[in-house]
Design a protein around this ligand. Sequence first.
Ligand code: ZN
Length: 222
Amino acid sequence: MSDTATARDAGLVGCIRCARVWPLGTHHCSRCGARLTSRARRGLAWVWFWWALGLLAYVPANIWPMLETRLLLTSSDDTIIEGAYKLATHGSIGVAAVIVLASVVIPLGKFLAVAWLALSVQYHLPSSAKWRHRVYEAIEFIGRWSMIDVFVVAILSSLVQFSVLASVKPGPASLAFALSVICTMLAALSFDSRMIWDLDDEASAGQRDDLAAVEQSAPAER
Ligand SMILES: [Zn+2]
């Protein structure tokens, strides 16, 4: 709600690392040493930078082999989707579902969510602050689980190394995938969630102006 006072309204700036508040104009937090900014000025530019880099890395992550399997007579290089398909046809539908969820559904959902959040702040798209905060929290929550795919490959390869006749190594896609996950996490971190409050404040200030204009014009009509 716009009636809630923010630190900026009170002439204060909050430290986003340790939550201590300082008078506006203070540049560094004396308690934890973090840089203080009332709003991340070039925040959205950084969000888009990391977002684009993450998307760029996500393409090879799906095209390059994720798993390089060497058996005594045969060898195969599998992309994420091929690997999931093979697992599913070998009866491990649960593991295949986790891989598809972690490497396709969640990353794509995250790209869309970050883009929507950045666009909605940039172009003042109609939506409630509550909904924007929910999307932001969901992105933050998902972030730490996005590495599941890389862990699956790591565990799978260490399991298979026990056998002398077979070897499984993580392919180049695992590196691209990890890079993509890190970039999307940085994109979410670069987003200053306080921009959502400002947008809400602007919207309610606009509503108040409209109301005042209606009230002013009302007596003249009477
Ligand atoms: Zn601090």
